[in-house]
Design a protein around this ligand. Sequence first.
Ligand SMILES: [Zn+2]
Length: 288
Amino acid sequence: MNDYMLRATAASGSIRAFAVTAKDTCEKARVAHNMSPIATAAVGRTMMAALMMGYMMKNDSDTVSLHIEGSGPMKGINVTANTRGEVKGYAFDPTVDLPPKENGKLDVGNALGIGVLTVIKDIGLKDPYVGQTELKTGEIAEDITYYFAVSEQVPSSVGLGVLVDKDYSVKQAGGFILQLMPDVEDSVIDKLEEKIKTIPPVTTMLEEGKSPEDILDLLLGDFDLEILDKKEVGFKCDCSKERVFNAVAGLSKSDIESLVADNEPLEIRCQYCNKIYNFSIDKLKELL
Ligand SMILES: [Zn+2]
């Protein structure tokens, strides 16, 4: 498997950790939505965060959605992941283009601007869990860190990176999430904070040929790191002609009548994967 993630613990279970490598996943999203480099980086980072957050959930049918809305030209991002390592997502404006930041990096923060991150966890209850925090930087990793701290009261360290090549294809993509459990010792926190300061950006480590195992070992090798599980990840949309048709069937009778009156086949594009579904007039008439 090229793209996968790991679940691990360290320091006698007082740290839980996740790491992911997802170059093909991000490239598939880029191609599906014909995304600019900034949109690729923003959606890629958000998808990797969602994958690891999905990995934290328990049941097969659980899903986590990250919804970002901002004042910047990209306007927002929608991403949904499940517990099986499948993720889908898109940018509201996939063509957004801005000059690079002073350090040469893609300016994801300004592409999103000031805004809000909403996390929706559907665990099969009547109402999903919804947590909402303001964007800290719009660079995604800091925003997810802030969300964990404020909304879930879990101190976390999040690293996410997507390296886009000259031809706009995804060259590297990866990330990690470290979370401190309530029983963590202060001395462990101090040492870990020092360690996090010294490690290079995720994409640099991936460029050096490091794997998620290596990244976790760099971060947590001094704290009795124990890797518990490994899971393949990929960009996968669960849309189908039947599901899209069911959505059409949910329209009001007058809306369906006006679609039939237009006398043209209905074309619907899935926002998450850009796949097009066509429905004939006769098929629409079945709904009346
Ligand atoms: Zn789809």
